[in-house]
Design a protein around this ligand. Structure first.
Ligand code: AMP
Length: 403
């Protein structure tokens, strides 16, 4: 699928002056653990845009979502603490919090905001209208603002009020993070350097089936790992024991296997697995002898032979796209496959490959592997958005910004 080229305005091309009120959609859907931000990458990635606006002495109004509160106020998903503190620390600028992203609470907070200060608004998804791309809600978001800047790459594959309808109410542009994301993903799309190897892992085949399907029109090699692989193995009547499987996706998996064959794409599935009888950190592990998993056993990571096969393919690649871990990498005992592939991607990059990694889990895995973000070409902040971009879909949030 080829996508039309969209003409987009950049934040540095619009006339933001002292006292301008700028509404900025950011992606602060950060992982939280025990009430703390466990990875602040998404906040740090917006630094350039926010600091630019602060340097222009604009009033910066940040809007974002966190988790899935399903249109209701749920303190579990508040952006108040500790996100506000993180923003203040990272931006080095006084940051206030508005108890609501629209209405009186925001209006009052905005009244008190001085030029060059930041106001972070409460979770957009406390309002059911946000995800319905509601016009009136978008109007309320825009109220009192002069410009809109989109910098939430992780959210632009959805047509929501804060990504789509809001652009009708304010002169709109894209922030520095979005500019960087698009630059690298375009590089992947053009894939002028071959071979192009895509690595897709994680748990949900259902989420990635169309992506796999489309990737087969672009790549030379498709590596499938993680729990997704078991559905593909089962589709070929390989025993997978008690491993995670999506029974209702087996037919889709068969179609993908067939398409890979027709398109002459090398489809690589795990040749061996690390297995346990119970998924727990100190479980006794075994390595399977083949791609089959004996009854009663559960696959939790790719095996050592698979690591060698996958790594070798990755190191021969010139363009690499990776989304999703190879195993339950959150548990150190089952993270080896993902960690080793991250090292292979770093080596390939050092040898001149363009590598783009997407998805929160993939980035967390990169961290665990000791590979630094600068050792790969680009770490995308949007897992879903980068997948949809790479398969050639028009992202609604980008389309809404087109001039
Ligand atoms: P996704 O959101 O689809 O990218 O899936 C990421 C999740 O897949 C991570 O939380 C991993 O723990 C999980 N995962 C990867 N491999 C396996 C596996 N073999 N069994 C169960 N879960 C897995």
């Amino acid at each position: 699928m080829s996508r039309p080229v969209l003409k987009l305005k950049r934040v540095q091309d619009i006339n933001i002056t002292e006292g301008s009120t700028v509404l900025v959609r950011v992606d602060y859907n950060v992982p939280m653990k025990d009430g703390k931000v466990s990875d602040d990458t998404r906040i740090r990635e917006t630094e350039k845009t926010v600091k630019y606006l602060v340097s222009k002495k604009a009033k910066v109004v940040l809007i974002a979502h966190l988790g899935r509160p399903k249109g209701k106020v749920d303190p579990k998903y508040t952006l108040k603490k500790p996100v506000t503190e993180y923003v203040e620390k990272i931006m080095g600028t006084k940051t206030y919090f508005a108890e609501d992203c629209i209405g009186k609470a925001r209006e009052e907070a905005l009244k008190n905001l001085k030029n060059g200060e930041i106001l972070l608004c409460e979770n957009l998804r406390y309002h059911p209208e946000e995800e319905k791309n509601d016009e009136n809600f978008a109007k309320e978001l825009a109220r009192g603002c002069d410009f809109f800047v989109q910098d939430a790459f992780g959210a632009i594959h959805r047509a929501h009020s804060s990504t789509s309808a809001v652009t009708k109410h304010l002169p709109s542009s894209i922030g520095f993070l979005l500019q960087k994301e698009l630059e690298y993903l375009e590089k992947i799309m053009s894939a002028s350097q071959r071979p192009f190897v895509a690595i897709i892992g994680g748990a949900k085949v259902s989420d990635k089936i169309t992506v796999l399907e489309s990737l087969l029109d672009r790549v030379d090699v498709l590596i499938i790992g993680g729990a997704m692989a078991y559905t593909f193995l089962k589709a070929q009547d390989v025993n997978i024991g008690k491993s995670l499987v999506e029974e209702d996706k087996i037919e889709d998996a068969k179609k993908i296997i067939l398409k890979a064959f027709k398109n002459n794409v090398e489809l690589l599935l795990p040749a061996d697995h690390l297995v346990v009888k119970e998924v727990k950190e100190d479980a006794k592990t075994e390595l399977t002898q083949s791609m089959a998993i004996p009854d009663e056993w559960i696959g939790v990571d790719i095996g050592s032979r698979t690591i060698s096969i996958f790594s070798e393919k990755i190191m021969s690649a010139k363009t690499i796209f990776w989304n999703g871990p190879m195993g339950i990498f959150e548990m150190p005992a089952f993270s080896n496959g993902t960690v080793e592939l991250a090292k292979a991607v770093a080596k390939a990059t050092k040898n001149g490959a363009v590598s783009v990694l997407g998805g929160g889990d993939t980035l967390n895995a990169l961290k665990k592997s000791g590979v630094k973000p600068e050792e790969v070409s680009h770490c995308s902040t949007g897992g879903g958005a980068s997948l949809e971009f790479v398969v050639g879909k028009i992202l609604p949030g980008l389309e809404a910004l087109a001039v």
